[in-house]
Structures are given as C-alpha cells and as structure tokens.
Design a protein around this ligand. Structure first.
Ligand code: GAR
Length: 208
C-alpha cells in the first residue's frame, strides 16, 4: 500500500454490487467485537443495491460510483481510490463486487484487497463467473463438491493467491438456488474468519 496510516485498528472499506449479505455478516462481526475492525465506507456500482441500503441503515458512509456517473474508466478508478484513501481504509473487502478493480486502486492497495468467490478456485472462476452463473456451471459439471474461496485480488479475475477455502458438498437434487444458499452460509463464516486471521497475523499479507 502506498499510503501510510498511523492508526492500528483495521479499517475496512467494502465494494459491493448486490444484496451485501457478506458485507453485513462482517459488519455484524465488527459490531459484536468478534472482529477487531471498523467498517468505515461502502462503495457500490449499483445504485439500487442492497449493499447501499445496508450501509445507510448502519450509518456507514456510502458512495455510488459506476460507469454511469463516471463514464471515463480512469476517472472512475481514481474516484474509488480517493474515497478509500479519504476514509483511511487499510483493508478492502470485495463482497459480491461484480467489476474488475482498476489499476489505480490496485496499485494503491495491492496486497490489501480481498475477494470471496462462491466456488473452489481455480475451478469455476474467471470473467463472467459470478453469482448464479458459478453454481449453474458447478451443477452442469457434475462435480460432487464445490465451496468457497477467499483470495487476494490481482489484475486478473479470480486469479490472486488463495488465503482460505472451504468445501461444500453438492447434494443429489440440488438446484442453483439450494446450492447458492448453502454456499452463502459458508461464505458468511469463512470471510469473517479469514479477516480475523489477517488481523491476528495468522494469515500474513504480502509486505507493501
Ligand atoms: C456471493 O455469493 C459472492 O461470493 C458472489 O456474489 C454473491 C454476493 O452475495 N461473488 C462472486 O460471484 C464474485 N465472482 P452478497 O451480495 O449477498 O454478499
């Protein structure tokens, strides 16, 4: 990370495009003291997202930044970086964020950006593989197990170093919805656990 901050508590900035249930589980863990961290800002590229509604209800500063209000991709990327810097974020959590992180933000926060993916990467990842499309592909593949991956974000979709994974069995008769629901429950556990491990030092992020 290029920007040096002096505070010691982890300050989480979320990027989220959809319902924000992963984000909420992490916010709840911060509020209950299970996570020694503060959720300080939420950015969404979807003005109607549940994630923005949740941020408003929690009183967390929230920003809508998308290609609709920032048609120039570099200006959009810089706007995201600046919001994160202005809120002194030192850990970025992508929680169902369906856009690639731009190079400006990535350069500023390299090694400090986490993503969760609803499958066992490197399987069922890459461009276009998000949400229900992942579970559709898992079911079509005949795989007997799927799972959840938390990884560091790099310039390529779903390719960064894996920090944690958990297996979820695929059951006879599973639909996209039943599988997605079971995977999401595990996401809510593993994301908070992984962040707790980063804060405790059990998982070491690369030196910046
Ligand atoms: C989650 O299942 C997350 O893993 C997935 O989107 C969903 C968001 O749910 N992310 C991806 O597929 C990224 N490639 P949420 O908005 O309720 O947290």
């Amino acid at each position: 990370m290029n920007t040096m901050y002096t505070q010691f508590r982890t300050r989480i900035g979320f990027l989220a495009s959809h319902s924000g249930s992963n984000m909420q589980s992490i916010i709840d863990a911060c509020k209950s003291g299970r996570l020694q961290a503060d959720p300080v800002v939420v950015i969404s590229n979807n003005g109607n997202s549940g994630a923005l509604d949740r941020a408003y209800s929690e009183g967390i500063p929230a920003f809508y930044i998308s290609s609709k209000n920032y048609p120039d991709a570099e200006v959009e990327d810089k706007a995201i970086r600046d919001v994160l810097i202005n809120h002194q974020v030192n850990l970025i959590v992508l929680a169902g964020f369906m856009k690639k992180i731009g190079p400006v933000t990535l350069d500023e926060f390299r090694g400090r950006i986490l993503n969760i993916h609803p499958a066992l990467l490197p399987k069922h990842g890459g461009k276009g593989m998000y949400g229900k499309f992942v579970h559709e592909q898992v079911l079509a593949s005949g795989d007997k197990q799927t799972g959840v991956t938390v990884h560091l974000v790099t310039g390529d979709y779903d390719r960064g170093p894996i920090l944690a994974q958990k297996i979820v069995p695929v059951l006879e008769g599973d639909t996209v919805e039943s599988l997605a629901n079971r995977v999401l429950e595990v996401e809510h556990q593993i994301y908070t656990e992984t962040i707790a491990d980063i804060i405790s030092g059990a998982i070491q992020l690369p030196q910046s």
